[in-house]
Ligand binder design. Sequence first.
Ligand code: SF4
Length: 888
Amino acid sequence: MNKEVKTTCPYCGVGCGVLAQLDDSGRVTITGDPEHPSNFGRLCSKGAALADTISYEGRLLYPEVNGESENWSNALNHIAMKFKDTIAQYGPDSVAFYVSGQLLTEDYYVANKLMKGFIGSNNIDTNSRLCMSSAVAGYKRAFGSDTVPCAYEDLERAKLIILVGSNAAWCHPVLFQRIKQAKLDNPDLFIVVIDPRKTASCDIADMHLAIAPGTDDILFNGLLVYLDTHDEANQLFISQCTEGLDDAIKAATENAATVEVVSDSCGLDNADVAEFYRLFSRTERVVTVFSQGINQWSYGTDRVNAIINCHLITGRIGRPGMGPFSFTGQPNAMGGREVGGLSNQLAAHMAIENEEHRELIKEFWQCPVISDKQGLKAVELFDAVHDGRIKILWVIATNPAVSMPNADFVREALSKCEFLIVSDCMRNTDTTQFADVLLPSQTWGERDGTVTNSERRISRQRQFLPIPGQAKPDWQILAEVAQHMGFSEGFNYLNPLEIFKEHAALSGYKNNGTRDFDISYFENISGDEFWSIKPIQWPVTKEQPSGTVRMFADGQFYTNNKRARFIPILKNQPSNPCTDQFPLVLNTGRIRDQWHTMTRTGKSATLSAHTIEPYVEIHSSDAITASVQQGELVTVSSAWGTIVVRAVISDAQRQGSVFIPMHWNDQFSSKAYCDALVNPSVDPISGQPEFKHTPVNIKCYEPNWYGFLLSRRKLTVNNSNYWAATRGRGLWRYEIAGKDKPEDWAACARSLLCQHATQVEWIEYFDSAVNRYRGARIENGRVESCIFIGPDCNLPERDWLSNLFSTDKLSDDERIAILSGKPAKGKKDAGKIICACFNVGLNTITDTIIENNIDSVEAIGRILNAGTNCGSCVPELSQILVDNKKTT
Ligand code: SF4
C-alpha cells in the first residue's frame, strides 16, 4: 500500500512542504505539498529531485572506531570516556561541537544542552555561522532580539522588493517564483536587484544596480541621508519607537552625504542611484530581502544594520508588505538560532551575558553550570583545534573540510585533532577521512522532528523510509553519549516529541513577553498532536495559538526601553584589499542545482546535468588580461590556497570580480573546493567569515592535453593532473587534463576503461600529429565507455555521446558516428541540459525557438515542457530567447 507523508524539503531555508510517497516496491515519489503555506505545492529542481538523492549508496551504516566497525555501545562508551578524561585533565573548554543547520531542532537542542548545560562550555558552533550570523547580530543590535520581522506573504503585498546580495532565483527558488508570480498578479510591483553580478534573479528585475563589491552599506547609508533630507522620515514612529537616529545620520553623512558621493563609491550611475532613492522614498510597502551577499563580509553586521536603519527611519516594519527580510540559507538555520546553536547565544533566544538568563536555564535544565564566557565561533574554533587548545571535536552533519574558509588550514586542523568524532549519513566525505570515530546518522526521510524556515515557520520533517543499517537519529546519539558520561537525568528522552515539548516549555519559562521566541503553546502537546502539527510561525502562545505572521506590529521591540535602535554605520573596508599580485575579487556562492558540498545532490544525475564541472566565471576584459580563453583550465590562487577550475567567460560578471561555486569537493574533483582560497577574516561582532571578498589571481593552467571520459562504471582516474566527475543518466562523466603525455594513448585508454574486461570490442582513432586520440569500448552492441583526448579544450560536445548510454543497442549510424562525437548527418544533438526536470537541452530549445518563431518562455514550455515543472530554469530560458533575438 502506498504511504503518503507530509514532510519538509531538507535543502534551503525556504522550507517547502513536500508530499513523500513510498510504494510497495520501495519507490519514492516526491511532489510539492499544495497545503504548505511556504510553497503551496511548488518545488524547485532540488526539491523535485529529492527521490534521486536518498539511495543507500555511499551511506555510513555502522559505527567505526579507528577505521574498524564497532558496536554502538562500545563506540559511545569510548567517546564518553574520552570526553570525561579530557575534561578532567584540561577543563570543559578543551572540547567542542561543530554542528549544522541541517540538523533538526530536536537534535540541535540536545547538542546544545549537553555542551552548554552539562559539559559546561559554550564551545558549540554551527555552520550557520557561515551563512547568517551577521543577520542575527544585526537584528539583535537593532531590535534587542534575533527576530525576523516579516513573512513570505509580505512578498505578495509589497509594492517594491529589493533583492540585495541575494540571488533568490538560484538560492531560494520557490520564493523567487512567488515574487515572480506576485509581479504577474500586480504589474505595479517594482523589483530592484542590487548585485555586482547579473544573476538569474535579474530576469524579473525592473532595475539592476551592478554595485561595486562590498559597498552596499554606503548605498543604504546614502539612502538614510536621502530619506532624512527629503523629509521622508516617519517622525511619529521615530519619536515613539526608536532611538539613535541622529548618530546614525551623522555617521552616514561622513561617507554617503550625496547621491554623487554614493554613486562614485558604489561604481553606479548618479541617475540610477537617484532613481532607486526616489523609488524607496515614494513606496510605502517595501521589502528589502538580503542574504549571503550582505552577510558574508568582515563588516556584514554593519551592512545588515545599514538596511534596517532605512526601514526604521520610514517606520516600514511590522506592517503588511514591508520590512528588512533575511532569507536564511539552510533548512534549519532558524531552528538552530532558537536552541542556541551559535556559541555566543543560549537556548530559547537567551543571552550568555545575561546572568538572569543563565540562572533561568540552569534552573530549568537542573544542570551544574552555564558558563558566562562566549564559546569559540567557527573560525576561532578551528584555529583552536589547529593549535591544540581543543583536544576533542565532534562534527555533526557538516563538511568543514570543504565549507570552511582557508579550507586547507582546516584540513590540517582536522588531521592534527587529538580525537575527532564525525556523525554523518555518508561514509566518505572530505571530513570523514580525518575521523577517529564515525557515527552513522539518520538522514532525511528516516528521521523525525521539526525545522524552522526563514519566516519563523516551524514545520515537521517526518519519517517515511525504513532505517538503514544501524543509523540513529542525532538527538539519540548525543543523549546516549550524555548518559554514558553520567548525565542520565537530563537526557533520558524516548522520542523527539519529548525534546520538542521541553524546548517549548523552556521558551515560555519565566518569559512573560520578555523574549521574542515563545512556543509554550506546545509544551504539553500529545503524540498525535505532534504528528499532525501544521506549519506555524512563532511565537505560538496561549494568547496566540495560531502563531504570529509578523513581528513588531505594536512598535515595541525587545531592547531594555522597547525602542528599536538605529546603528551608526561608519566607513568599512574588506579585510584584504586587492594587490598587483592578487588583483581580482573572488565571490563564492551557490549554483542552481547543487546543495552545499554535494554529498547528497551529487548523487542525482538530474541535478548534475545543469553544471557538470567546477568553474570560475570571469569578465571578458579580465580574461583578456589574464590571457584566458573560454573553456580553458585555469589556476585560481589567493594568499591562502590554489585550485584548478574551468574558465567561463561571461559579461554577467562585473569587471574585476570573479565567481566560483562553493560545492565541489575531493569526491568530485581533483582540487576545486573554492574555500581553500577564501580568507579567514571575520566580522568582529558576528564572527561570520568574508566569503564574498578574497583577492585572487587567475593564470592559465596550460595542460598538455585535455580530454573526457564517459563510462557506465565509476572509474578511478589516476593518470590525469586534473579531473572532475559528474553522474549522468546511466553513466559517469569525467573531464580530465594532464601535464604529462602518456607514451601510448591506446594502452593508457585500455588500462582505464577495460580494467576488468576480458573480451573487449574496442574502436579507436589516433592522430599522432596533433595528439588526438579517441576510443570507445563496445560490449554486446552497446557503448560501455569512451574516451576523447585532444591538444586543447576544443573537444566534441558531450551531450549526444552521453545520450548513447541510455540506449541498449547502438544503431549502425551511431556506431559509425561515435568517434566523431556528434550525430550522423540529419540526427540531432540536444545540447547542454537547461531544463533538468524534463532533460531538455540548449540545442533543442534553440531549434524550437527558431522553427516556431517563439518569443516567450510559456511558448517554449507548451512545446517542450521545459520550465513548466519546478521553474528553476525559467531565467535561463528567458536569456536564451534574448540571445536568440540578438543573433537573428
Ligand atoms: S526552494 Fe527548493 S531547495 Fe528550497 S526548500 Fe523549496 S524545494 Fe527545497
